[in-house]
Each structure stands twice: as C-alpha cells, then as structure tokens.
Design a protein around this ligand. Structure first.
Ligand SMILES: [Ca+2]
Ligand SMILES: [Ca+2]
Ligand SMILES: [Ca+2]
Length: 341
C-alpha cells in the first residue's frame, strides 16, 4: 500500500468508523469492498457535500465549507485527493486539497486556484491536466441567438491557467469526455453534440460541433454522463425549467456508440431505443446533472428543484417508467455530482 493511501485510509477509517472502509490499494484487483464517494455541489451556499455511497442503505455524508456562495461542475481528483468545483460566486475554478481528511462541517481552503474568467460556469469535464468548463452565459448580447463558451484550463502546480476559449453556436450546460471526444448537451433542446478531438482546438475560436443529433423523448436536456466500459449514455431532461417539481426525467441509452453512429447528423435517435425514467414517483423536476456507477447499476441525480433540491439515486431501473428513487437526500439547489471509487 502506498503511504499516502495508508494515511488517507486511516483518516477515513476514523471519520467513518461506523462503516467498513476498504484499505485496498488503488491498484488491487478489486478485492474486498470498494469505497465509493459521490461529491455534490450546490447553488444554495457553495459548500461541497461528500457522500460515502459504498452501501446505499447506510450512506454517510460530510459537508466541507468553502468561501463560495454558489458552485457547479464538481470533480474529484482521487490521485491527488483534490476536489475541484467551478465557483459561481468567484467565477473561477477552485481546487481543495486533502479533501478526504477534512471532517464534517470544517472549512477547507483553496489550494489550486484559477483566474476569474467566466460568467456563468456550469459543468466541468476533465481530460488529463485539462479542465474544461461549460459557460451558459449568452455570448453576443443577443439572447435570441443561442451560443455558449467552453473555457479550457490547464492545471499546473497550484494554478489553473486559461489556455483558450471555444465559442459554440448553441447553449451549453452538461458535457463529458469520451477519450479525446467531448459530448455536450445542446441546452434548451433535446439534442446532443459531439466535438471530436476537442482539445486539438488550441486557440480562441468559434468551433462547430462535429455532429448533432436529437434524442427523442427529451424536452430540454442538461445533465450527461457516459460509461465507456458499458457503452452507456445517460442524459437528463429538465423539461420546462419553470416546473421545478415533477416534469423531469432521465434517459439511458445502452449500446450507445452504434446507435449514435447510425444516426445521421441532424437525425433523431428514437425513444424506442432508450429507457426513460420520469413521473411523479421519481421526484424529478429539474434534474441538472447525473453520474453512474456501473458496478451497482445506479444512476445518481443532482435534482435542483424538487423539494428545494435533492441528491437522488435510482437502481433496478429495468424498463424505466415512474419508479421511486432508492436514495433521496435533501441538498438545497443541488447543481452537480461526480462519482469516485
Ligand atoms: Ca446570443
Ligand atoms: Ca422541469
Ligand atoms: Ca457532473
């Protein structure tokens, strides 16, 4: 076991003494229980919530206090034990070191900081040392023309340095890397875009998506996650943003790559090729972000609206429909989630 892992593990064992904590090295062959953590950001107070979801029937959580008052786009760098979120009060990326050692309710300080370049930062997607933030602010001063910006940062030492800005001709929100390709939702629509070899765009420029398709059944998509191992795409549907309580959903697309490839640019991927979860039992009003655990086949949702905000989990999804979440934790104005194991 690496010494850093040992220290982390001893600390976690202390914090979560009531539950079983795996002290396996990261490189082991999944022997024994695996600790799984879900990190969540919010737009209510900007603090970070870390849930130990290793056992869904006995979840523990801790809140880490930040100086931000609103945040989105959370990410956890497990190797370096750093939680990163896009601050919507400072308009920059903020990285917090030694996150696993911090105890519930304590303040954590910014160890890695970026310049305040952004306007309306949302999701963060990471590829190596590159941190991409989707910014949902109107770009050209005309809200009737859809547009958005990706801010691309490189992480070096204790800094996030802005490398370049990519402007899009559609509104941005959620996004996720698959290798070097970036999938981005087309906010305000039910469409999905891909930018192949995204990071090869190294200068400030307007860049068109490589391909855009419509995901039938989705009114207005926001959250996205892709599980490459199982070739499974999950997209959330906030539907009408002003209905915060019960018109949302999410859709699972298995064997995604072949379905995406066989849908022509500008074409539609049929609802019959997908599994949709929605309805009054789901507590989905404005599901704004999503994460997926392929080991337990669990979909985690950051629900911004229902009940004031929730972190939800669904499994035994089967053929979908109006199913109740197996986990329902209140988190005011939940904005994003990231799963780490
Ligand atoms: Ca515009
Ligand atoms: Ca809604
Ligand atoms: Ca996320």
């Amino acid at each position: 076991m690496k010494r850093s892992n040992l220290i982390k593990c001893l600390a976690l064992t202390t914090v979560f003494s009531s539950i079983l904590v795996s002290c396996d090295d990261d490189n082991d062959d999944n022997q024994g229980p695996i600790s799984t953590y879900l990190f969540a950001s919010n737009n209510s107070n900007g603090n970070i919530t870390s849930y130990d979801v290793s056992n869904l029937s006995s979840i523990t959580s801790k809140t880490l206090m930040t100086t931000s008052t609103a945040a989105d786009g959370i990410y956890y760098d497990k190797d370096n034990d750093v939680v990163v979120q896009a601050s919507r009060s400072s308009f920059g990326l903020e990285g917090f070191s030694n996150a696993s050692l911090a105890t519930d309710g304590t303040a954590i300080s910014i160890g890695i900081s970026g310049t305040a370049d952004m306007f309306n930062p949302r999701e963060v997607a990471v590829n190596g040392n590159f941190y991409v933030v989707a910014d949902s602010q109107d770009v050209d001063g005309d809200v009737t023309t859809p547009d958005g910006r990706f801010f691309i940062y490189s992480k070096t030492g204790n800094s996030f340095t802005l490398r370049n800005i990519i402007t899009t001709d559609f509104k941005l929100w959620g996004m996720v890397f698959d290798g070097n390709d970036l999938y981005a939702v087309v906010d305000a629509t039910g469409k999905l875009a891909i930018f192949t070899n995204f990071l090869s765009n190294t200068t400030n420029a307007s860049v068109a998506a490589s391909k855009i398709i419509t995901i039938e059944g989705i009114v207005r998509t926001h959250g996205i996650t892709y599980d490459a191992m199982n070739d499974m795409m999950v997209l959330t549907d906030i539907a009408d943003a002003t209905n915060t309580q019960d018109d949302g959903g999410f859709q699972i697309i298995e064997n995604f790559k072949s379905k995406f490839t066989s849908t022509a640019n500008g074409g539609t991927l049929a609802l019959s090729q997908q599994t949709r979860v929605s309805g009054s039992s789901t507590l989905l009003g404005n599901p704004v972000d999503v994460a997926y655990d392929n080991a337990t086949e669990t979909v985690y949702i950051a629900e911004a609206g229902n009940g004031g905000g929730r972190i939800l989990a669904f499994n035994n999804i089967g053929s979908g429909g109006n199913i109740a979440p197996v986990v329902n934790n209140s988190l005011a104005a939940a904005s994003s989630v990231y799963l780490s194991k």
